[in-house]
Design a protein around this ligand. Structure first.
Ligand code: GRF
Length: 203
């Protein structure tokens, strides 16, 4: 059966990465409504050796490559090394899950890559999107999955969903609801991008 290779890049906690591993590692789907395929996480890559996600990979038995960005003199040099590393795993899709680096065209022009961002883009780009949404007058928060290009949080949107803001809600509770939405939306977006549907097994 044909294999679909997925590589996940992360920098920190890795909860979205874990969710994607559990949803897609060694799982069977139907692609293009006709052929059965197996999805595999061929490797994860962290630019941060101390990321908690490195421990998650070990627990889940998934290979994790470490490529510290601090070892490179500029973004382009790091991206060149990242490209070489990722290409070794022949990915059909590269999935960013809390990967806190802006990628340059050295990488983005060669690799089919998606990202998740915890706001209703184009609102609240950047690293503090959940807090920025919480502090804003917006009536809704949300999550966006988008294609990655060299503009921060700027690529074409694949899927978006929203949650209402609740008056008097604590930041922690709002943040938790955003993360729950991420855990359902990102797998859905991956299915959509790869044109996969679930296998219904009879008997
Ligand atoms: C998520 O909120 C994701 O949307 C953003 O970074 C956060 C990563 O969290 N890009 P985790 O590492 O997946 O727990």
């Amino acid at each position: 059966m044909r294999k679909i290779n997925l590589v996940i890049l992360f920098s920190g906690n890795g909860s979205n990465m874990q969710n994607i591993i559990q949803s897609f590692h060694n799982k069977e789907f139907v692609q293009d409504s006709k052929k059965n395929v197996i999805t595999n996480i061929t490797s994860c890559v962290s630019n941060n050796p101390d990321a908690y996600g490195v421990f998650r990979c070990r627990e889940l038995g998934i290979k994790c490559e470490i490529l510290p960005h601090k070892d490179f003199k500029n973004r382009e040099e790091f991206d060149k090394a990242l490209l070489g590393l990722v290409q070794r795993y022949s990915p059909d899709l590269v999935i960013l899950a809390g990967f806190m680096r802006i990628l340059t065209p050295v990488f983005t022009s060669q690799i089919k890559c998606i990202n998740i961002h915890p706001s209703l883009l184009p609102q609240h780009k950047g690293a503090n999107a959940i807090k920025d949404t919480y502090d804003s007058d917006d009536e809704q928060g949300g999550v966006s999955v988008h294609w990655v290009n060299d503009v921060l949080d700027g690529g074409e949107i694949i899927l978006q969903d929203s949650i209402p803001k609740i008056s008097g809600e604590s930041f922690e509770s709002f943040e938790k609801r955003i993360h729950s939405l991420e855990y359902s939306l990102y797998p859905q977006a991956i299915l959509q991008v790869l044109n996969l549907t679930s296998v219904i097994k009879n008997g």
